[in-house]
Structure formats: C-alpha cells, structure tokens
Design a binder for this molecule. Structure first.
Ligand SMILES: Cc1cc2nc3c(=O)[nH]c(=O)nc-3n(C[C@H](O)[C@H](O)[C@H](O)COP(=O)(O)OP(=O)(O)OC[C@H]3O[C@@H](n4cnc5c(N)ncnc54)[C@H](O)[C@@H]3O)c2cc1C
Ligand SMILES: NC(=O)c1ccc[n+]([C@@H]2O[C@H](COP(=O)([O-])OP(=O)(O)OC[C@H]3O[C@@H](n4cnc5c(N)ncnc54)[C@H](OP(=O)(O)O)[C@@H]3O)[C@@H](O)[C@H]2O)c1
Length: 268
C-alpha cells in the first residue's frame, strides 16, 4: 500500500509575538495557493499523537490528522503563501503540536479554501465596522490589505479587543495604515491591562468602544443601520453580546435567508 504524505506544506516564516501568540506563513509545496476571497479560512493539520489505548486503523492511508480552521490574514494578492494569526490553546488538540513546528517544518494545509465570511454581499461605499477579539482580527486584516485604496468602503473602523497590549498583533501595520488613510480607523482596546500600566488607549471589551458616544468620540460619526455593516469575529460570547446590543439599535443579523447588516464568524 502506498502511503500518501499528507504534510504537503512548509512553514516559511514565523513571528512569535510572545509564548502563546504567533504569525505563521505557510507555503504549499506543490505550487501557488488556490484563489480565495478575503475573510475565508484555510484548514491546517498535523498527525494526531499516537494513542496507546486505541490501536491505529490498518486500513487508513497515512496518519490520522488533527485539523482546524484558520482565517487567512494575508491578501489573495499574495499567492506564494498563506499567513495565519494563531493563539496557543494549551489544553487544545492541535495548537500545542503546531507550536513545535519550526521554520522549514512541514504540516498539512487543505488545498481547498472555504468560508462565507466575505464582503461579497456588501455594496461599495458603506461604513464597515469590524470588531474582533484576539486572533479574530485575521479575516479583517485580509480584507483591509486587499481593498485598501480601492474605495471599497466609505469608512472602515477596525476595533481589536485583547487582554493585554502585548496581544495586539499587527498593531504597527494598522497604526501606519490608519495614519496614512483617513478612511481607516484603528481602535485597539485592552481588557486586562493593570491600572498603572502605560497603556493609554481605551480599556475594557470591544463593547466599550462600540458604545455610541465612545465610538463617535473616536471616529467622529455614528453607525446607523442604513449605511453601516457590522462584522464580528472571534470569541462567540462577544459575538452574541454585541449582536444583541446592535439588534436593539435596529441592526439585523444576516442569515442565508435574510440579508442584514450584522455579519459574524465564531471561532468556537
Ligand atoms: C472559521 C474558523 C476560523 C478560525 N480562525 C482562527 C484563527 O485565525 N486563529 C486562531 O488562533 N484560531 C482560529 N480558529 C480556532 C481554531 O480552529 C482552533 O479551534 C484553535 O486553534 C484551537 O485549536 P486546538 O485544537 O488547539 O484546541 P480546540 O480543541 O479546537 O479548542 C479548545 C478551546 O480553545 C478555545 N479557543 C479556540 N480557538 C481560540 C482562539 N482563536 N482564541 C481563543 N480561544 C480559542 C475555545 O475555548 C475552544 O473550545 C478558527 C475557528 C474557526 C471555526
Ligand atoms: N492572551 C493571553 O495573554 C493569554 C494568557 C494565558 C492563556 N491564554 C489562552 O489563550 C486562549 C485565547 O486567549 P485570547 O486572549 O486570545 O482570547 P479571549 O480569551 O477570547 O480574549 C480576547 C478578548 O476577548 C474578550 N472577551 C471575552 N469574552 C467576551 C465577551 N463576552 N464580550 C466581549 N469580549 C469578550 C476578553 O476580555 P476579558 O479579558 O474581559 O475576558 C479579551 O479582551 C485562551 O483560551 C487562554 O487559555 C491567553
């Protein structure tokens, strides 16, 4: 029996922001990445560690893989590699193994890219407000990197909620884009910075910045359901809470059956 090698991709770069947070670039070994849309996700995998209590299935071709979804942070304009923004879940099944893969190390990357969390249904010229927690920033970064300078939006507000300032991946890139492009606002918010730390930005969760008055203070405008679309990504508890907050303000959650102006991607 010929055993296929499922480890079809190579880590070509890896930036560890700290022990539990990394930006990883992965290149498929057999050619460019498949075309994709900003907001979609890839599937990465590594062999499951052997389980002494469960003998391997002799019919299986190659090792069993643990696979997980990762939003793509890079733009489809880059076809050499996919970039992902990943947090280590120490009790998780995949990420502790992923953390041991060095540059030049191999892993599985499904050639098929999936996901409906895109800008496809959004008309040009709207106000886009993208609120994320933790690594949920990734799909929004791909959207921004791809459509920046194309008049895709009227205003784009990127609200990134993290525990501590050291979790603010891509902070420099986002600060620079916001400084250069008056249509882009970048508002990082930290929930667990000690009171006496040197963090000078907003504190609390993303909801604190989405509050109408605070939002206006930062951006100079008020989101209204006619002109604005709200995108949410990351922690599902945040998504539910913000969804409720905005439905009470007249926003409508988008579903397969009904177009709306709240769009979300839950990470678990
Ligand atoms: C569509 C989609 C896109 C995703 N994109 C990303 C991404 O870009 N980056 C990323 O790090 N993860 C992403 N995830 C989560 C990812 O698929 C894995 O679940 C995660 O990496 C943990 O894998 P694990 O096997 O180690 O632990 P799992 O057994 O899968 O997860 C264990 C627990 O860890 C927590 N958890 C999982 N993911 C996260 C997270 N990102 N932040 C905080 N807590 C988490 C949850 O409590 C979960 O129940 C995405 C998930 C989905 C469904
Ligand atoms: N980031 C770290 O420094 C750190 C340290 C140790 C372990 N970890 C592990 O890493 C994993 C991921 O951590 P993470 O920090 O990336 O993701 P996270 O736990 O989802 O936290 C990211 C941000 O989301 C906020 N949040 C949580 N629930 C919310 C809600 N209902 N509404 C709005 N915002 C909400 C958090 O605020 P709150 O702070 O108020 O919860 C935090 O600001 C965790 O499973 C953890 O085990 C992370």
């Amino acid at each position: 029996m010929v055993v296929e090698n499922p480890l079809n991709s190579t880590v070509i770069a890896r930036e560890d922001l700290h022990n539990e947070l990394a930006i990883i670039k992965i290149r498929p070994d057999d050619g460019p990445v498949a075309p994709f849309k900003p907001g979609q996700f890839c599937t990465l995998g590594l062999p499951a560690p052997p389980n002494p209590d469960k003998p391997a299935n002799p019919k299986r071709k190659g090792p069993k893989l643990i696979r997980r979804a990762y939003s793509i942070a890079s733009s489809p304009k880059v076809s050499e590699y996919l970039e992902v923004f990943v947090v280590l879940v120490s009790e998780g099944k995949l990420t502790p193994n992923l953390w041991t893969v060095p540059v030049d190390g191999k892993l599985f990357m499904d050639p098929k890219i999936r996901g409906e969390f895109t800008l496809d249904a959004i008309p040009e010229g709207k106000d886009l407000v993208m609120a994320s927690t933790g690594t949920g920033l990734a799909p929004f970064l791909s959207m921004l990197r791809t459509h920046r300078g194309e008049n895709r939006w009227r205003r784009l507000v990127m609200i990134h909620g993290v525990r501590n300032a050291w979790d603010l991946g891509y902070r420099e890139e986002l600060e620079q884009i916001a400084a250069e492009d008056k249509s882009v606002f970048y508002i990082p918010v930290c929930s667990r910075e000690p009171e006496d730390s040197d963090w000078a930005g907003p504190r609390g969760r993303v909801q604190a910045v989405l509050d109408e008055a605070v939002f206006k203070q930062h951006t100079g405008f008020t989101m209204n359901p006619q002109d604005a679309h709200l995108f949410l990504c990351g922690n599902p508890a945040m998504i539910t809470a913000v969804q409720e907050q905005f439905e009470a303000r007249g926003f409508v959650t988008s579903t397969k059956k009904q177009a709306g102006n709240i769009h979300f991607e839950r990470y678990w």
